[in-house]
Write a protein that binds this ligand. Structure first.
Ligand code: ADP
Ligand code: ADP
Length: 232
């Protein structure tokens, strides 16, 4: 589903070129929950962001469903991006909009008609257990609730892939559990493929079926985690 072939990315910085990702090859299969783990600065986030071209690879290629997104026109790329959801460490909710309108936002961009939009928003909020918070503003939510709103928003346009960049790094351990439970549920119920960047081994242990360990821009190890290793 996602295929990295010898992918590299170098940033230009004031102190010279910085190779963030070096010759990474890996395959994420449909319905995987694929973990990218490693210390800060290892290149995990850059690798993740090359899946939806928030960063462009400057070596090798990234294929999503067999397609090299760098070959698409901007218009086509925008369309493809709708099928790739993303969530972040700091949630990135729109604070001047309530929960309902936050989830509505990507649907409005995709020009989904009002009636359909309403149904879709309710489905997504129900999926993360926050339908009763539709009218609430982000400032009144806990960290776990904010991240679950972000998940609902990421699901709005029915993506096949969800990218998660340190989704539990700014919340406490209990809240981490509720976020991971939501991710596991959407993987199982909706068949969504998840790629998750984290520096926390407990996150990988809790939900990932595969993991790649990154160091200094390289994948240094890959593991398949057997079903029996996956926590309930
Ligand atoms: P991780 O997600 O593992 O913490 P990143 O992918 O964020 O690592 O970063 C890898 C390296 O690339 C780091 O040294 C970081 O400082 C550098 N880097 C990331 N983004 C940029 C950028 N836009 N410009 C310059 N350097 C960057
Ligand atoms: P807090 O951030 O205050 O610790 P959360 O917002 O993470 O709490 O969770 C609030 C409640 O919602 C918890 O009781 C949790 O068990 C429940 N919850 C978590 N995930 C889901 C889900 N996917 N569907 C329904 N309920 C959930």
């Amino acid at each position: 589903m996602i295929h990295f072939q010898n992918v590299g990315k170098t940033f230009t910085t004031p102190t010279g070129p910085l190779q963030a990702v070096s010759s990474v090859s890996l395959k994420v299969e449909e319905r995987d929950i694929y973990g990218l783990i490693g210390f800060s600065g290892a290149g995990k986030s850059t690798l993740l962001r090359m899946i939806n071209l928030l960063e462009r690879p400057d070596e090798g290629s990234v294929l999503v469903n067999g397609e090299d997104l760098t070959q698409l026109s901007l218009r086509e790329l925008r369309k493809r991006r709708l099928s790739i959801g993303m969530i972040f460490q700091h949630f990135n909710l729109l604070n001047n909009l309530n929960v309902y309108d936050n989830v509505s936002f990507p649907l409005e961009i995709a020009k989904v008609p009002t009636e359909q939009r309403k149904q879709r928003i309710e489905e997504c909020l129900e999926m993360v257990g926050l339908l009763d918070k539709a009218k609430t503003y982000p400032a009144k939510l806990s960290g776990g609730q904010k991240q679950r709103v972000a998940i609902a928003r990421a699901l709005a346009n029915k993506p096949k892939i969800l990218l998660c960049d340190e989704p539990t790094s700014s919340v406490d351990p209990q809240t981490t559990g509720s976020i991971l439970a939501s991710l596991k549920e959407i993987n199982e119920k909706l068949g969504i493929t998840i790629v998750i960047v984290t520096h926390e081994m407990n996150v990988v242990k809790a939900i990932c079926n595969k993991v790649a360990v990154m160091e200094h821009g390289r994948v240094v190890e890959k593991f398949n985690l057997r079903e029996s290793n996956i926590a309930p």
